[in-house]
Design a protein around this ligand. Structure first.
Ligand code: C5P
Length: 424
């Protein structure tokens, strides 16, 4: 049986329910996935409620007393799930459970080819009328287009079935903003010397003879070529790999004239600050206006990055910082990822932050290490487990929760794990 047949089978089980509880993860993919599920269940008249969580704890698992649809969560716990639970999670797992739509089980890479929102869509589109637009917003929120500079695998099929337009363009976000802002705020890629330095961005554009207040979309072909070649020069000088540099140009996706990354950022910036229900409503109503929120989110992240920079320490080549109760646990990973790229750190980065359950840990690693065999998800899962915590995630981005006071021990265990993985 292929993944689509399995999705159909699970859709059949869902259609027989009278009531379903949707439990989802508080990021763009989880939110888009839950909106797809909710919209579809509403359409066929199945009573439902939505719960948005930071991660799937044992406590949450034990408290599931209704038929539940887990979205963007559950693959790390498949052996502990039984009965009335359907799982649509794209995180790596070798396990299979009869009511899970685990892409890895079907030879599909859940980190690149389909997101949790995409899996929800594969099920929901069997019994409800919908296109794949929300599923693509989820995949973009999960950065599934980064590795190849475009969406691949089932994501591509879903894309064809959506209202999203494909354009070939520079892949830096903010093509309608003044150029100096677009370049200074670019986090993928971070342009060394320009990132977060608007004055330097203005200086750079003046030097190459381009009006810095113009937007990318307003530039002529010649001007675009000039900007691209000058950015590429900087990246080459700084030693970035060919693969990394060429990703700067590729496919960008737009819905109703807006960059799809903007929708994903809006969902993240609402849901990660505790307002996931509003984000789901936005998806269902397709009203994504949140300029004020986005600006607040950007400012917050900037101040978190400054804080993290001051706290940055090193343990046997692993960089880490402790956000204490200053940096919000849900975005500490975002901060770690940005710092890693901004400072061009060639090793994994660990970030800690306090939360109600203990200490939230986030790990991020440069792709070059992932290509050498690093798997942060396994490393963080094993280290956290040893301390009575739990964790998981992806090869290049993973998270965990550990008991308070165990940070140093965690670093030791994590270090041993990655040395083992990379045979150091
Ligand atoms: O929170 P953060 O952005 O660092 O999460 C990175 C990845 O790790 C996500 O895919 C998330 O689902 C996963 N994670 C996890 N268990 C946790 C925290 C995060 O599996 N306790």
């Amino acid at each position: 049986m292929g993944i689509k047949e399995k999705a159909k089978e699970l859709a059949g089980i869902i259609e027989k329910q009278e009531e379903i509880s949707i439990v989802t993860h508080c990021d763009a993919d989880g939110i888009a996935g839950a909106a797809i599920a909710k919209k579809a269940l509403d359409e066929i008249g199945i009573k439902n409620d939505v719960k948005i969580v930071k991660y799937l704890s044992k406590k949450i698992l034990q408290s599931l007393n209704k038929f539940t649809w887990l979205i963007d969560l559950g693959n790390g716990e498949l052996s502990n799930i039984n009965g009335n639970v359907i799982v649509t999670d794209h995180h790596y797992s070798k396990e299979q459970y009869e009511k899970a739509l685990n892409p890895f089980y079907y030879g599909i890479d859940g980190e690149l080819e389909i997101s949790a929102a995409g899996l929800s869509y594969l099920i929901a589109s069997n019994f409800a009328t919908m296109d794949g637009s929300l599923a693509i917003i989820g995949a973009i929120g999960d950065l599934q287009d980064i590795k190849f500079g475009k969406l691949v695998g089932i994501n591509r099929e879903i894309l064809k079935n959506s209202r999203i337009e494909i354009k070939e363009d520079i892949r830096i976000y903010g093509r309608e903003k003044p150029l100096y802002k677009m370049l200074a705020y670019s986090s993928n890629p971070i342009i060394p010397g320009i990132f977060e330095r608007t004055k330097n961005a203005i200086g750079f554009l003046k030097r190459i003879g381009i009006n810095y207040n113009k937007s990318w979309k307003e530039c002529s072909k010649k001007e675009k070529k000039k900007i691209l070649s000058e950015i590429i020069k900087i990246l080459i000088k700084k030693g970035f790999s060919y693969g990394y540099i060429t990703r700067i140009f590729g496919e960008v996706y737009e819905m109703d004239g807006k960059d799809v990354r903007e929708y994903a950022t809006i969902l993240n910036s609402i849901a990660k600050y505790g307002h996931g229900e509003e984000a789901i409503k936005m998806c269902i109503e397709e009203k994504f206006a949140a300029d004020v929120l986005l600006e607040r989110h950007r400012k917050k992240i900037c101040s978190y990055i400054e804080f993290a920079k001051r706290k940055l320490e090193e343990y046997r080549g692993i960089y880490y910082f402790h956000g204490g109760n200053y940096i919000l646990d849900t975005v500490v990973g975002t901060v770690a990822g940005m710092l890693l790229r901004q400072e061009e750190i060639p090793s994994p980065m660990i970030a800690f932050a306090e939360n109600k359950e203990g200490i939230k840990v986030s790990a991020r690693a440069p792709y070059i290490l992932v290509e050498k065999g690093l798997n942060l998800s396994m490393a963080i899962k094993n280290a956290a487990k040893e301390l009575g915590g739990s964790g998981g995630g992806h090869r290049a981005a993973a998270g965990a929760v550990i008991p308070k006071g165990m940070e140093e021990r965690f670093l030791q265990l994590f270090d041993a794990e990655i040395r083992n993985q990379l045979s150091l």
